[in-house]
Design a protein around this ligand. Structure first.
Ligand SMILES: [Zn+2]
Ligand SMILES: [Zn+2]
Length: 139
């Protein structure tokens, strides 16, 4: 499967027995339908987070296409306080998270800093933070 943002081939990683597709180039993550629920497991705030998902029709953020069915994905706002804008396939194939977004959402979902999932996502994030910082300085 290719990354819907930069079109590069994604790698499959296992995150606490859930297979995720990860783009090494941009740090984005694709989750098939139902995988976010699996990642959040039995965490306390899971239902609150999942229920907070609201389609955002007014956003100016560029629409990207689903890597499975190629339909334009819907922007969805997650969370009540620290809002994160993710992309959802209109056919419910899955969800796309730009770099760092899944990390923010699992934390919102009640997974602590020391949870296996949170730690792995943080490590993946760290690999890209440096290059982001670097770009910001050069701009
Ligand atoms: Zn990418
Ligand atoms: Zn789709």
């Amino acid at each position: 499967m290719n990354c819907p943002v930069c079109r590069k081939a994604m790698v499959v990683l296992e995150l606490n027995q859930v297979e995720i597709d990860y783009c090494v180039a941009c740090g984005g993550i694709w989750l098939d339908a139902g995988e976010l629920e699996l990642l959040l497991g039995n965490s306390g705030a899971k239902d609150d987070v999942l229920k907070s998902f609201t389609p955002d029709t007014g956003t100016k953020e560029r629409k990207i296409r689903c890597p499975i069915c190629s339909k334009k994905m819907i922007k969805v706002i997650c969370g009540k306080e620290n809002k994160v804008l993710i992309d959802r396939c209109p056919n419910n194939d899955g969800l796309w998270f730009d770099e760092g977004e899944l990390y923010q959402i699992v934390k919102m979902g009640g997974l602590g800093e020391n949870d296996k999932v949170t730690e792995m996502l943080k490590d993946m994030l760290g690999a890209h933070l440096f290059t982001d910082e670097h770009r910001r300085v050069r701009r």
